[in-house]
Write a protein that binds this ligand. Structure first.
Ligand code: PLP
Length: 430
């Protein structure tokens, strides 16, 4: 009854939570290193942002529907912000609001014409790969990100896959990237554009972390390098404000009028939003007030300094660890740690003190076909109470796991990552 692509819809980021909750009931204390919600990890919005939101909540007009494309003044504000970058220029008509970026992602793939495919990175943020695969009723088509080359995209792999797959109509870039925490340098981004030009493709750039960069890195936005290629840049409030509960994200369309199929997709997305009448309004009203406030730059800066410090601390602990590929991150708030080839086997273990927990984990790891990184992740959860997500769940053949950089308590962060480092060593040596 279900399409093949529906298999791709499982969301392990949440799946692992169910497992962790099972162990929590048995008294296992859990450290949540799995979910990229800064607010759940204790991040607080500054009072001036809360004041803006409170004031909006007092106004009657906040409670009505807004224009189906999004609040006009906000779209004008965002178009002006885009144009100030000096790259491809847009107007308010080129911006479309959604109920969170997840909604935008789902709709973009849903409304692509059936055989058309978007090639995306592997490892992949699964909301993209799952929605794309579900649309295509097939497995995702991916290009590799290389842990042995600072997680840069393997451009030869991308080129060959595009060349020999005529259904590919677009390339997805996630920059800065979830789950690797990498920020792509300009020459890498320009190579995407060259490939898009050669094969007549459009580009999608998920830039939800564009303002989350640190330790000297800087991220380029799509209009700064796309030239005359059609493309969509995706942004939202969840990560940088951070305000994930706002369910507010938007798409910016570039170079409309250059490709008929691309234009059709843009129009279809607008029509789809019209059927829904309106996206969440209050966060849209807040955008110009928050992002137009001079304090916003400082707010972003101080958040980034904190994440940058955590990135360094994690790097100091994990770069000494044998048996893994480790890359220090420069953007977003995740790191993906990959086991080297042949270091994992089906006999490895971690010591678990609680016999009840041991029994549950034995059941989990003895399931047939369990992937080796999932096995490690279950042991890490049971032995150390650290909840991370296996990288095989991010549409990848690599074996490793994703951690987050959201723990604000430095002592706890050090303890968690020392625990991870010890677990890696104990597991490999066992
Ligand atoms: C790369 C990326 N895109 C999109 C989203 C979804 O964001 P939203 O909360 O706006 O749906 C996330 C959330 O983690 C993400 O990491």
């Amino acid at each position: 009854m279900l399409q093949t692509g529906a298999d791709e819809l499982s969301y392990e980021i949440r799946g692992i939570v169910k497992k962790a909750e099972q162990l929590k009931k048995l008294g296992r204390k859990i450290r949540w290193e799995n979910i990229g919600d800064p607010v759940q990890k204790g991040a607080k919005l500054p009072p001036w942002i809360k004041d803006i939101i409170s004031e909006l909540a007092q106004q009657d007009e906040t409670y009505s529907y807004c224009h189906s494309k999004g609040v006009l003044e906000t779209r004008k504000f965002l178009a002006a912000k885009n144009n100030a970058l000096g790259g491809v220029q847009i107007t308010e008509e080129d911006i479309l609001f959604f109920n969170g970026l997840g909604d935008a992602i789902g709709k973009i793939y849903q409304y692509l014409v059936p055989p058309a495919r978007i090639i995306g990175p592997s490892p992949a943020y699964s909301t993209h790969s799952s929605a794309e695969a579900a649309h295509a009723n097939d497995h995702p088509i991916t290009y590799n990100l290389d842990p042995q080359n600072n997680w840069m995209p393997d451009m030869d792999d991308l080129y060959m896959k595009v060349k020999y797959n005529p259904n590919v109509v677009g390339i997805l870039i996630i920059n800065p990237d979830n789950p690797t925490g990498m920020v792509y340098p300009l020459p890498v981004l320009e190579r995407f554009v060259e490939i898009a030009k050669e094969f007549d493709l459009f580009l999608i750039s998920d830039e939800i972390y564009i303002n989350v960069t640190y330790n000297g890195s800087r991220a380029y936005s799509l209009p700064q390098y796309i030239d005359d290629v059609p493309g969509i840049a995706l942004k939202g409030l969840s990560k940088e404000v951070p305000w994930p509960g706002s369910r507010c994200g938007w798409a910016k369309f570039y170079n409309k009028g250059k490709d008929e199929e691309f234009d059709k997709l843009c129009t279809t997305l607008e029509n789809a939003k019209m059927i829904e009448v309106s996206s969440t309004k209050l966060p849209q009203l807040a955008i110009p007030k928050i992002m137009g406030d001079p304090r916003y730059t400082d707010h972003l800066f101080s958040n980034n300094v904190k994440i940058g410090k955590r990135s360094k601390l994690i790097s100091d602990i994990l770069h000494k660890c044998d048996g893994i590929y480790f890359n220090a991150t420069s953007g977003a708030f995740y790191n993906t740690i990959v086991f080297k080839e042949h270091v994992l086997n089906e006999k490895q273990k971690l010591k678990i003190d609680n016999p009840e927990v041991q029994k549950i984990v034995d059941d989990w790891v003895n399931q047939s076909g369990i992937l080796p990184d999932k096995r490690f992740v279950y042991y890490l959860l049971a032995a150390k109470g650290i909840c991370v997500v296996p990288i095989s769940s991010f549409c990848s053949d690599l074996r490793g796991f994703r951690v987050t950089l959201l723990e604000d308590d430095e002592a706890l962060l050090t303890e968690t990552f020392t625990g991870i480092s010890e677990a890696i060593e104990e597991y490999i040596a066992s």
